[in-house]
Design a protein around this ligand. Sequence first.
Ligand code: NOJ
Ligand code: CA
Length: 932
Amino acid sequence: MSDWFKDAIIYEAHVRAFFDSNNDGIGDFPGLTSKLDYLQALGINALWLLPFYPSPLRDDGYDIADYEGVHPSYGTIQDFERFMDEAHRRGIRVITELVINHTSDQHPWFQAARRAPAGSPEREFYVWSETKQKYQGVRIIFTDSETSNWSWDDAAGAYYWHRFFHHQPDLNFDNPNVLDAVLKTMNVWVDRGVDGLRLDAVPYLIEREGTICENLEETHAILRKIRRAMDERYNDRMLIAEANQWPADVRPYFGDGDECHMAFHFPLMPRIFMALRQEDRHPITEILRQTPEIPENSQWGLFLRNHDELTLEMVTDEERDYMYQAYAADPRMRINVGIRRRLAPLVENSRRQIELLHSLLFSFPGTPVIYYGDEIGMGDNIYLGDRNGVRTPMQWTSDRNAGFSRTDPAQLYAPPIMDPVYGYQAINVEAQERSPFSLLNWMKRLIALRKQLKVFGRGTLEFVPSANRKILTYVRAFEGETVLCVANLSRTVQPVELDLSRFKGMTPVEMLGLTEFPRIGEVPYFLTLPGYNFYWFRLQAQPSSITGQRLSDAGTSSDDIRASLPAFFMGVAWDTLLDGNVRTLIERESLVPFLQRQRWFGGKARPIRAAHFLDWGPVRRGSDPLFATIVEVDYQDGGRERYFLPLGAAKGAHVDATMASAPQLALARLTGARKGVVIDATVDERYGAALLESFDKLESIPLKRGVLRPRRTDPYEQLRGDGPLAMRRIGAEQSNSSLAFGDRLIVKLFRRIEDGPNPDVEIGEHLTAHTAFRRSPQVAAWLEYESPGAIIDLLGPEPLLDLAAMLTPQAIREVSGAYIDSAQMLGRRTAELHIALASDTRTQAFAPEPFARDDYARLLADAIGQARRASELLGGRAATLPQDVASSSRSAVEQAEQALHARHMAHAAKPRISSVSIRGRRSGRDGQGRRS
Ligand code: NOJ
Ligand code: CA
């Protein structure tokens, strides 16, 4: 896609600072490559690299000595090429730097120029003058280190022009040979696969007497030539302008869609910080109001922080004073015309402000850029020179050197941040990956959310006025998708009344939590927002039900389903059904509606983004093949689930019968050389037979990526018996599907699969193999999916249970009727099960451990909470129930709640129960651990 950059989320990183693979203290390409999985998991889809070319590194690489090479500290061209392949393999595009305004004074072009005679082609590569009087009045950019834009060169006997450091002579774009040389460089990198080029310092290419030598028309003419040359070669690459200018002066860098694809929005950035500190939306609304329209094929680049200082060139003098005072009280925090600090320290490490700022960055019109380390809230070091304080090593772990390098700490290119607040012991990727509520995990969620909707990268922007200026409200809209964003810029909770009448009848659904808000009506919409908080609402005409389960509305009748089933062309052989593009077609056209028709599919109420086959393979080949597949479902809320789906491609009478009685089981029709259907194969007897065979023979079923392995317990042979067993599908579909083999075995297909052992299998197998308890079904065998691990089960028959005779007080018998028997039985069996589970002290995961007073208290507190919720629910439904039912059930629940309370108090005073638990704390497997 040629405008991929509109939906991109760019991550800016420095090869030197990311990861050191050879332990010489300097980050390198192999190191960066090894961290691509991290970036992929973060969710970014474009990576912008700071200059990595051979350079004396006096401007951290923006002083280039060889345009086509790789700095030896960072690796080789081969390392770069491998990095490119690996990034692309993960769907990450790569943006590099094309620094053409200037070179290093060590570049061979400059060395040749200063020695060549005046007027010679070599000399003409740079801008020379006999006096310093030319181009008077052009501003100096690096005010802290340079006093003039001219420097004297002894060898040349002349002054050379430089807009930045004196060791960075400006190239002479009045010389056509310079443009040719630059284009050659550009081609080298795009031919190496680079997807985007950031044009550094692009306003300064051409100088003219009597002007400020910035943004000149001749400079734009050069840019058009660069764009044309690039488009002639490729149609999917892009150019970003680094033009630190006012909006009206940046606008021409897009040209008529024939200069740069993207330009950074420099004036917006400081104003976001200003609005935050002033607790007033005005600076933001004002600059966005003054932001001109840009051509259809272009995009703004948005950022909060980058590798440079927070520049204050594009603010007024008063605003600059304010910013310095608010954000850089210590003069060490200032450099040139700006503030050299990272994001987290700028907001005093306020998590809420960091989140709020990102919400703006991710919802304003444009493509967001995240500066490396800001996703974990890294700090800075204002005692390092130049802007190096914001370029310290990435903090991976709390180990030596932040896990960035294993070298001697003294050899690092820069010390990692070590203070107690931002130091790597406190702030690092490893720790944050483990903590579900870390900034890193929050960022992942936000990135996933933003990627769901094109409206953020492509939509229009409109502010919604309100009297409270601390609240910023705006609507983004694109192709029928409407998102309402509300942000509270103040530290305190704020109310706001919004005129949303033009959205009357729509329902705002908060995007992070999928919470439905009251429908928009006639009266002003009233909201309150906690300090530094934000809401993103999707405005939906008919919200999908969030609280209840919803069966797919369409295609439930047999005829509807039949009519809606897409047909795909296949040849004579069907066992390659899933190996080619038919699989992709099924994923695109019929998998989601199919899933929504299934009783066992748990995600009916959640909007689905996509579903695809994660793994597949034939279970039986032949003319009517059977397959085992694993389907992965991606939800719009960023969640993901996997399901086991047995499929068959078949034709003939039994398929017709199924289509008549259970059409919801069909996934697609096949046509072409032969006609048939793709259908859930649990209806196919041969599927069960194939499974049984693989258990009998202990034969694995290889899939494309992983493998299904049969596992058996000792009693398998005895439970299974000899000879064939007839298969039938059992009763109503629930969350799992069951098949019976004769009266001996039941196969329970766990549809939804998760990593790690399945608790049903684990506990069942444990009871079968390690205890004498026979009142639960014995486990004969199970199938294990190996690769991203999951388990599918085959359970054995359940012995008949005898009802025990019980003595129950007459009074209770009268009110409870026959239920008491079942209740008693359930209690007894549960107790027996628990005793059996706790009887094995050898298996570590099942070994008993004390069930403490606190555990019991927690159990009671849970029960009380449940009673309370039930009584609230009853309260809410009172109007819909007959009056006597409502009041009696309510009072019953209240009594229960009181009784539990009394029990709770009594227990706190004097514990009466002594118990043990298994699969609790000690087994330490959160989520899988079951208490008994
Ligand atoms: C812009 C870059 O972002 C900055 O880091 C560099 O110092 C100047 N260009 C000069 O090369
Ligand atoms: Ca290294």
